[in-house]
Every structure is written in C-alpha cells, then in structure tokens.
Design a protein around this ligand. Structure first.
Ligand code: HEM
Length: 98
C-alpha cells in the first residue's frame, strides 16, 4: 500500500500545524463529535434560560391581575420564552445528533 506524502517543496509551503490545546481546541474543532457536544451544551443553556422565562410568566399568572410584570414586559417575556425554547433550544437538539 502506498502512503500519501507531500512533495518536499509543497511540504515547505504547508508546515505541519501544532494541534490546539484547551478552549481553543474546542472553538476551532472540526471534529463532528466535539461540535455535537457543544450543540447539546448550548441547547441545554438555552433551555435553562427559557425555564427562567417560564418561571417569570408563572409568577405573573399565579393570581389574577398580578402586577409582577407590566403588560408590555409580560408580552416580551412570553415572546422570548417561545423563541428561546423553540429556536435556540429545540432546533439545536436534533442538530447535535447529526
Ligand atoms: C420546546 C419548546 C418549549 C418548551 C420545552 C417549553 C417549556 C415550558 C415549561 C417547562 C414551562 C413551565 C410550565 C408551567 O409553568 O406550567 C413553560 C411555560 C410556558 N410556556 Fe413554554 N415551552 C416551550 C415553548 C413555548 C412556546 C412556543 C410558547 C408560546 C409562544 C410557550 C408559552 C409558555 C407559557 C405562556 C408558559 C406559562 C404557562 C403557565 O405557567 O401558566 N412555550 N414552558
């Protein structure tokens, strides 16, 4: 079996890159398994943020006419909860498995 190697002049123009270490090895990774893990972690963070937004909604709705959130803030949190959970969380989960 033949081994692939660069011609000496080409090897000079493409010196071997040192592998990154630490955080940079994650940020610059092209390994699909590492990227999948990062997708999952980011989705979990967004689910947690969406959970906090849900709690704010729950506190507002705990009794009629509560004034914990202004009507405008309620609408904003409601919208952010839906967006965070679906677009930032749920859409990212299956992508982690690809
Ligand atoms: C993957 C998508 C979603 C997940 C995992 C999710 C999860 C949750 C959770 C765990 C709660 C707390 C349950 C409770 O307080 O009874 C909640 C509450 C709520 N969610 Fe979502 N949610 C999602 C999408 C949405 C969307 C798209 C909307 C609307 C646009 C929405 C509107 C609400 C509202 C209004 C509440 C407060 C309900 C209440 O406490 O009476 N959610 N959600």
């Amino acid at each position: 079996m033949s081994e692939l190697s660069l011609a000496p002049e080409a090897a000079e123009s493409f010196p071997e890159r040192k592998p990154y270490t630490g955080l940079l090895s994650w940020v610059a990774s092209v390994d699909h398994k590492q990227i999948g893990i990062m997708y999952m972690l980011v989705a979990l963070v967004f689910f947690a943020v969406g959970g906090v937004e849900a709690l704010l909604i729950r506190v507002q709705l705990i009794q009629p006419e509560a004034t914990f959130l202004s009507p405008q803030a309620y609408n904003q949190i409601f919208t952010m909860h839906g967006t965070t959970m679906t677009l930032a969380g749920a859409v990212r989960r299956p992508a982690a498995a690809l």
